[in-house]
Design a protein around this ligand. Structure first.
Ligand code: PEP
Ligand code: MN
Length: 266
């Protein structure tokens, strides 16, 4: 059974500066200086095609940093104006969508904690009606392919055709060296059901630590995934969220240099 989706190829809506496609930036925008410095260093590597930063952060437990909020849109706009990089943010409700679109955000993404909830995804889809913005849809936190597909269908039915899926791994009770189990077979199944759907990989949230990121990134490319979303921070160990898994911009550049893309002719 093939999925009946109307999807535009990635290269028609996203300019890749340097293969492989890398979307990078901090897990969270923390301060204007942190975001701008990170953005400039990432842009200077020449390896990054899109700047990402979370400004509304879904946290598992209350009382932790829940994102800098709407002011972060102003910082992102400035980062875009100064570096020329298109900008991407996570949206989790209609208000986020409206604010992000009003601010001229280039790409929206739906996080793993939103993809699990059809009400949330439908609310986002309704807010997207009549807009033509690219939307990246992370897999749900739990290994449920149907929920992932359902979210993609809801956004597609709202008229969004510039869609990519992001494989960020799945929660599991098994003891593992990964923060989220890759369960590659689910991403592969999705590709089989919808060959025209671009699938990117997020090694940062799969690994949960810096050390494993090169291995997962290369494996994703070997499986023909079309790009990577990798968290990077000016000073990862002091990051307000996901400190263990973020790379410095220099480490990101080094990783990008070492990654190889399979020649489709071979
Ligand atoms: C993120 O990208 O910072 C994030 C919260 O990711 P996920 O939704 O994959 O957990
Ligand atoms: Mn994160």
């Amino acid at each position: 059974m093939k999925l009946n989706l109307n999807i535009q190829p990635l290269n028609t809506w996203l300019t890749v500066k340097n293969e492989p496609l890398i979307i990078s930036g901090p897990c969270s925008a923390e301060t204007e200086e942190q975001l701008l410095t990170t953005a400039h260093l990432l842009a200077a590597t020449g390896k990054v095609s899109v700047l990402r930063a979370g400004i509304w952060k879904p946290r598992t437990r209350p009382g932790e940093f829940e994102g800098i909020g709407s002011i972060g849109l102003e910082w992102l706009k400035r980062a875009k104006a100064e570096t020329g990089l298109p900008i991407a943010v996570e949206v989790a409700n209609a208000k986020h969508v409206e604010e992000a679109l009003a601010a001229g955000v280039d790409i929206l993404w739906i996080g793993a904690r939103s993809t699990v909830n059809p009400f949330t995804v439908q609310e986002i889809a309704d807010a997207l009606q009549g807009h033509d913005v690219p939307v990246l849809i992370k897999n749900p936190i739990n290994p449920d392919l149907q929920l992932w597909i359902g979210a993609i269908e809801r956004i597609n039915r709202a008229g969004i055709t510039k869609i990519g899926a992001i494989h960020r791994g799945f929660s599991s009770y098994e003891k593992s060296s990964f923060r989220n189990e890759p369960m590659w077979e689910l991403a592969i199944q999705l590709k089989t059901l919808c060959p025209e759907l671009p699938i990117l990989n997020d090694p940062s949230h799969i690994c949960g630590n810096r050390e494993l990121i090169p291995y997962i990134s290369q494996k994703a490319l070997d499986l023909d995934m079309q790009g990577l979303m990798i968290e990077a921070h000016i000073d990862p160990s002091t990051a307000w969220t996901d400190a263990k898994q973020q790379l410095t911009p220099a480490a990101l550049a080094e990783l990008a240099d070492r990654l190889t893309i399979r020649d489709p002719e071979v």
